[in-house]
Design a protein around this ligand. Structure first.
Ligand SMILES: O=C(O)CCC(=O)c1ccccc1C(=O)O
Ligand SMILES: [Mg+2]
Length: 360
């Protein structure tokens, strides 16, 4: 798709509050503000749904550009799209990852709609995929709250829970882990995500406890810069795998692979500039024998559903951080993704499978 088009890129702002704030070691998330984007035939209102594409830009401090920079970028994209077409629009937001995410998602949704193909099949041209495994996300809380939240997740069918850690002392987090394991029983996968909170010594002592409580993955225990530190931790680990998240944005996949700093990498479409970019990274990750994990940044339904399609396009993807709809108190529209028994049911309608978000 190059050159002028008959399409208009439009955007409007939104603000979604969380049902209860998500406490992480890099800050509390209590609301998600961003921009809904759509590509639509110029002229009178929405007619043929095959010619609409939706995107979402939901900036998050520390992970993407600011909301103001995102809005400026979308305005640039709107003009570039009108004057020079889709490629120019993408180029105009090349360094604003959330804005680029929105524009590229809207283009992919539109194209998949035109081909009457679900977005994930448009991405991978692969087989039909019914479900992708997902993890429950358990924010910071007291040991008993953590146990109770884990129990609720397991009762709802999740067999993988990711605990946010690193806001309390190491001893307190180990106590939370003990309660989570007690609540979950032995068959449930537990992961920890410290969002860069620890020193090497702290991470080492949590690693010991993580081995004891059969944690599968320790995500970003050290600051993003600490490739060597993560490599050293990974050498000490027996069964626990090391995943990098913030580190992926700082170093890229190649440097992580070369330094031996991780077994798995977290790919957040909103933070890397779109599901197209994330998909290329996932393919390269697999090529380098690292494991890709897809997560949202606690997004609205459009970006979340895009992330579900991305995960569905990755062969044998492990449990992904896509079960974040429940953290929001409100949403942009009807959710086409059913969460059932620890899986996201992948929409099989054309495109994202989203309609009626604009006028809501
Ligand atoms: O992975 C999940 O379970 C949910 C997503 C999540 O944890 C997250 C959400 C917003 C910002 C950062 C992160 C993170 O993985 O560190
Ligand atoms: Mg993380």
């Amino acid at each position: 798709m190059t050159g002028k088009s008959n399409l208009d890129l439009e955007y409007r702002s939104f603000s979604l509050s969380l049902s209860s704030p998500l406490e992480t070691a890099s800050g509390t998330i209590d609301s998600r503000d961003g921009f809904l984007v759509r590509l639509v035939d110029r002229g009178e209102g929405v007619t043929d749904p095959a010619t609409v594409g939706y995107g979402e830009a939901t900036p998050l401090a520390g992970w993407t550009e600011s909301t103001a920079d995102c809005e400026e970028a979308l305005e640039r994209a709107r003009t570039a799209f009108r004057d020079d077409g889709p490629e120019a629009a993408l180029e105009s937001v090349d360094r604003q990852v959330a804005a680029r995410h929105a524009v590229s998602l809207a283009l992919s949704d539109l194209q998949a709609n035109r081909e009457a193909t679900p977005l994930y099949r448009y991405l991978c041209r692969g087989p039909m995929i019914g479900r992708v495994p997902v993890n429950a996300t358990v924010g910071d809380g007291s040991p008993s709250e953590t146990g109770a939240q884990t129990r609720r997740a397991v009762e709802r069918g999740y067999d993988c829970c990711k605990l946010k850690v690193g806001l309390r002392s190491v001893d307190a987090d180990v106590e939370r882990l003990r309660e989570a394991r007690r609540a979950a029983g032995s068959g449930v996968e537990l992961r920890l995500d410290a969002n860069e909170a620890w020193t090497y010594e702290e991470a080492e002592s949590v690693l010991e406890a993580a081995e004891e409580f059969d944690v599968s993955i320790l995500e970003q225990p050290l600051p993003a810069g600490a490739l060597e530190g993560h490599a050293a931790l990974r050498e000490r680990a027996r069964d626990v795998k090391i995943a990098l998240d913030e580190g992926v944005l700082e170093h890229g996949i190649d440097a992580i692979c070369e330094s031996g700093a991780a077994d798995a990498v977290v790919l957040k479409p909103m933070a890397v500039g779109g599901i197209d970019v994330a998909r290329r990274m996932a393919a390269w990750t697999t090529e380098l024998e690292l494991t890709p994990i897809v997560t949202t940044t606690i997004d609205g339904v459009v970006a979340r559903t895009g992330a579900v399609h991305l995960a569905a396009s990755i062969p044998d993807v492990p449990a992904c951080g896509l079960a974040t709809a429940g953290l929001l108190a409100e949403d942009l529209g009807r959710d086409p993704v059913l969460l059932e028994n620890g899986s996201a049911v992948v929409p099989q309608a054309k495109g994202l499978g989203i309609d009626e978000v604009w006028d809501k």
